[in-house]
Design a protein around this ligand. Structure first.
Ligand SMILES: [Zn+2]
Length: 103
């Protein structure tokens, strides 16, 4: 078991790293990826999930911080009722379904 105080510090460090990753994404791409990589490593090491708001913003295959209009595209596929986030760095796509409209 990992003590609560360790998890708390881990969460704190993760959120600092992800903020830095967001800030550096346009000017220092590689540095931004490194921050994401570290944040994910801390999360795994201390069994802490990444904050929900970052869930879609991290490319799981190349560790890029995804910022729409900078290094990723977000599009709607109404046919599939999906939002597709595509990482421009490595081409990886993730689909997120959205709710069906009530008829
Ligand atoms: Zn990627």
């Amino acid at each position: 078991m990992i003590p609560g105080w360790m998890k708390r510090i881990a969460r704190e460090r993760i959120s600092i790293l992800l903020k830095l990753a967001e800030r550096e994404v346009s000017a220092h791409k590689e540095r931004s990826k490194r921050y994401v990589e570290l944040a994910r490593k801390i999360g795994m090491r201390y069994k802490v999930r990444l904050p929900k708001k970052y869930k879609r913003k991290i490319c799981k295959s190349c560790n890029a911080y995804l910022k729409p209009g900078v290094n990723c595209t977000v599009r709607l596929v109404p046919k599939e009722r999906c939002v597709v986030w595509r990482c421009v760095e490595c081409g990886r796509e993730r689909r997120y379904p959205y709710a069906k409209r009530k008829q």
